[in-house]
Ligand binder design. Structure first.
Ligand SMILES: C[S@@+](CC[C@H](N)C(=O)[O-])C[C@H]1O[C@@H](n2cnc3c(N)ncnc32)[C@H](O)[C@@H]1O
Length: 196
């Protein structure tokens, strides 16, 4: 099942790269996020990044590798973890076949950039729309670092106070910037840039 998913998504990845070369205005949501972070001057090209639910790395990880210096990628499924080595290569990436949530809770102020897609299993969001382990995502982020998380677009549009909720939930850190970028028909990326 994982291998089939991998080959289908590899074909989709190359199709999207080909389409984007032919029509440069075609960008995926994650590319728009990284273009904005670069233009706004928030992202250093040598940034050290963490992705906590890596899968095979073809849905969005492979698109942003060129914008960063190094990535630690965590994936609990052994087959996906192995396949992600094929997809991403080992030049810029370290692979961890382990539970990222435990690692998150034990690590402080280490990464310039933290990416949290959903783990797919239920219970990802708190009632206020934030990831359940939001505090740990903030804690693992270095001073002036960036957190990219997934949120349901419907939740953002029907809860006007959501941006305020995010701003209040920084656990003592100050906010430099905060914006949303659509990912697909139902999800968007929330991008938090810390000031300290
Ligand atoms: C939706 S996929 C992520 C897709 C990937 N971020 C991308 O866009 O290319 C979610 C993945 O998280 C993994 N996962 C779930 N819980 C995890 C945990 N506690 N630690 C590490 N990986 C986990 C699942 O095995 C699954 O492959």
């Amino acid at each position: 099942m994982e291998h089939r998913r991998f080959f289908i998504d590899l074909v989709k990845y190359w199709l999207s790269v080909g389409a984007s070369r032919a029509l440069p205005r075609l960008k995926t949501g994650i590319e728009v996020v990284f273009l904005l972070l670069t233009y706004k001057g928030y992202l250093r090209p040598d940034a050290s990044a963490l992705e906590v639910f890596g899968m095979h790395g073809l849905w969005h990880t492979k698109y942003y590798l060129k914008y960063i210096g190094h990535l630690d990628i965590f994936e609990i499924n052994k087959t996906y973890s192995r396949l992600s080595r094929l997809a991403l290569g080992t030049r810029k990436v370290s692979f961890y076949h382990q539970d990222s949530l435990i690692y998150l809770s034990e690590t402080e102020r280490k990464y310039d950039l933290v990416v949290a897609d959903t783990p797919v299993a239920g219970g990802f969001f708190e009632a206020d729309g934030l990831p359940r382990f939001w505090k740990d995502l903030i804690q693992v982020t270095a001073p002036r670092g960036i957190v990219i998380f997934n949120v349901l677009t419907e939740f953002v549009s029907s809860n006007r106070s959501f941006p305020t909720t995010v701003m209040k939930a920084l656990h003592g850190r100050r906010l430099r910037d905060f914006f949303f970028v659509p990912r697909n028909d139902v999800m968007c990326y929330g991008v938090v840039v810390l000031d300290d």
